[in-house]
Design a binder for this molecule. Structure first.
Ligand SMILES: Cc1cc2nc3c(=O)[nH]c(=O)nc-3n(C[C@H](O)[C@H](O)[C@H](O)COP(=O)(O)OP(=O)(O)OC[C@H]3O[C@@H](n4cnc5c(N)ncnc54)[C@H](O)[C@@H]3O)c2cc1C
Length: 386
C-alpha cells in the first residue's frame, strides 16, 4: 500500500540527502581505504544535522520522532557510505536496550548525553562462540552485595573503539536459560574493561569493530537496565526495532548501486552505442529498480508497524531485513557487472558498495536466521487460520 511521507519527513530526508551528497559521498572511498572512523566528519554530522536523538522521547530531551524518520535518515546516509553511517549511528543500536528496558530515571541519565552527539553507546550481545546462537553466550554477572561482577568477552562490537559506554548482556542466572539474562550499562572507563584490537574487515571499513573484554568489572546495582533476568526480552525488542533500520541501510545501498550504474550505462559506449541501449543491461537496471522499490515499500511498512506497536512487527521486520540485505548484495553485484572491468577497481564507487553490502546479510541476524523466524511465523499464522 503506497503511503506518501509527510512534509516534515521529507524535510528530514532532504536535509540528510543534501549533507550526504555534499560531505559524505565524496570522502567515502578515502575513509574506506584509511580503514578509520572519520572523527571530525562524524562530529560535524552530529552537530550540523542535529538528528542524534531522533527517536529518543521528548521527555529525555530527544526529538521524539519515529522509525519512519530514522529510516529516511539512514537510507539517505547509506547512499553515501554505509561505513560512515554506522560511525554516526551505532549509538542508536546501543541505546535501544535503554529505551526498551530502563526506568525513566535511568533513561534520562543515560540518553541525555547522547543527544548532544558527544556520547556513544555500543550494543554488546555477540560473543566469539555465540553469534546466531545468542543463548549460547557465556558472559556472566554475579551479584555481590550491591554490585555485579561482570566477566566475559563480547565480539564484533560496532563502534567498540569509539564508544563511551556499552549496553552488555550477561547471564545473571544460567540455570534459567534465556530467562536468566540481564542487561547492564557499563561505562568504558570501568576498571577491568579492555577494548580489543580493531578488526580488519572486507567492507564498512570506516566503522570501528572490536572485541570488548570484561574481567571482574564491578557494575553497580543502579546500572542494571530495567529488571534482573529480563535482558533477553530487551535484546529481542531491540533487534525487532532495529531490523527496519538495517533494511533502510539496504535500500540506501540498492539506490546508490542503481544510480551509479544507470549513469555509467548512459555514458559508456561499446560497439558504437551506449551500453544503456543493450537490452541485457536494461534488464539488469530493471531488476535493480524492482528490488529497490520493493525493498523500500517493505522497509517503510515495517517502520510503520514499529511506530504503531503492531504485533506483527517481528515477522515484517525480518522480511524487510532479509529482502533488502540480499537485494543490496544483488544490486551492488549487478552494478559492478554494468561497470565491467572498471567496476572491479577502486576508481569507481561500486566495488565498495558490493563489499559493504555483504555485512547486511550477516549482522543483526543473518539472512538464514531471518528466514528461520519468518518460516516460524508463517507456520504459526497458518495454524491459527490467519
Ligand atoms: C562487522 C560486524 C559488526 C557487528 N556488530 C555487532 C554489534 O555491534 N553488536 C553485537 O552484539 N554483534 C555484532 N555483530 C555480530 C553479528 O550479529 C553476528 O556476526 C551474527 O549474528 C552472526 O553470528 P556469527 O558471526 O557468530 O555466525 P554464526 O552464528 O557462526 O553463523 C555462521 C553461519 O551459520 C548459519 N547458521 C547459524 N545458525 C543457524 C541456524 N540455526 N539455521 C540456519 N543457519 C544458521 C549462519 O546463517 C551463517 O551463515 C557484528 C558482526 C560483524 C561482522
Amino acid at each position: 500500500m503506497y503511503q506518501p511521507f509527510t512534509e516534515d519527513q521529507l524535510q528530514i530526508r532532504d536535509l540528510v540527502r543534501d549533507f550526504t551528497r555534499r560531505e559524505v559521498a565524496p570522502v567515502a572511498h578515502e575513509w574506506d581505504q584509511k580503514n578509520e572512523h572519520p572523527v571530525e566528519l562524524v562530529k560535524r554530522m552530529r552537530k550540523e544535522l542535529g538528528l542524534n536523538g531522533i527517536t529518543i522521547p521528548e521527555e529525555y530531551g530527544g526529538m521524539g520522532l519515529g522509525s519512519i524518520e530514522q529510516c529516511l535518515m539512514i537510507e539517505e546516509m547509506s547512499w553515501g557510505c554505509l561505513g560512515i553511517t554506522l560511525c554516526f549511528g551505532y549509538t542508536a543500536l546501543g541505546s535501544l536496550p535503554i529505551l526498551k528496558g530502563a526506568s525513566p530515571e535511568q533513561a534520562k541519565k543515560w540518553l541525555e548525553p547522547v543527544i548532544s552527539g558527544d556520547h556513544g553507546i555500543s550494543f554488546c550481545l555477540s560473543e566469539p562462540g555465540a553469534g546466531s546462537d545468542v543463548p549460547g553466550m557465556t558472559t556472566k554477572a554475579e551479584k555481590k552485595g550491591d554490585k555485579y561482577i561482570l566477566n566475559g568477552t563480547k565480539q564484533w562490537i560496532t563502534g567498540g573503539g569509539n564508544a563511551d559506554a556499552y549496553t552488555v548482556f550477561a547471564y545473571t542466572d544460567r540455570n534459567r536459560g534465556t530467562r536468566g539474562v540481564s542487561c547492564f550499562y557499563v561505562p568504558r572507563n570501568s576498571p577491568g574493561l579492555t577494548v580489543g584490537k580493531k578488526e580488519d574487515k572486507l567492507g564498512i571499513r570506516a566503522s570501528d569493530t572490536r572485541q570488548i573484554i570484561f574481567e571482574n568489572v564491578e557494575v553497580p546495582q543502579e546500572n542494571l537496565i530495567g529488571k534482573e533476568n529480563l535482558g533477553f526480552i530487551y535484546a529481542l525488542q531491540t533487534l525487532n526495532a532495529s531490523r527496519p533500520f538495517v533494511a533502510a541501510f539496504g535500500v540506501g545501498v540498492c539506490q546508490a548501486a542503481l544510480d551509479h550504474a544507470a549513469k555509467y550505462a548512459r555514458e559508456r559506449e561499446q560497439f558504437g552505442k551506449k551500453i544503456s541501449s543493450f537490452q541485457a543491461v536494461q534488464h539488469m537496471l530493471a531488476d535493480m529498480s524492482i528490488i529497490t522499490e520493493t525493498g523500500r515499500e517493505i522497509t517503510y511498512k515495517a517502520a510503520r508497524m514499529a511506530d504503531s506497536n503492531d504485533s506483527n512487527l517481528p515477522k515484517f521486520a525480518a522480511i524487510a531485513k532479509a529482502y533488502t540485505s540480499e537485494g543490496a548484495m544483488k544490486c551492488s553485484t549487478d552494478a559492478v557487472q554494468i561497470f565491467g572491468g572498471y567496476g572491479y577497481t577502486k576508481e569507481y564507487p561500486v566495488e565498495k558498495l558490493m563489499r559493504d553490502a555483504k555485512i547486511l546479510c550477516i549482522f543483526e541476524g543473518t539472512t538464514q536466521i531471518q528466514k528461520n523466524e519468518i518460516g516460524a511465523y508463517v507456520i504459526r499464522d497458518s495454524a491459527s487460520g490467519k
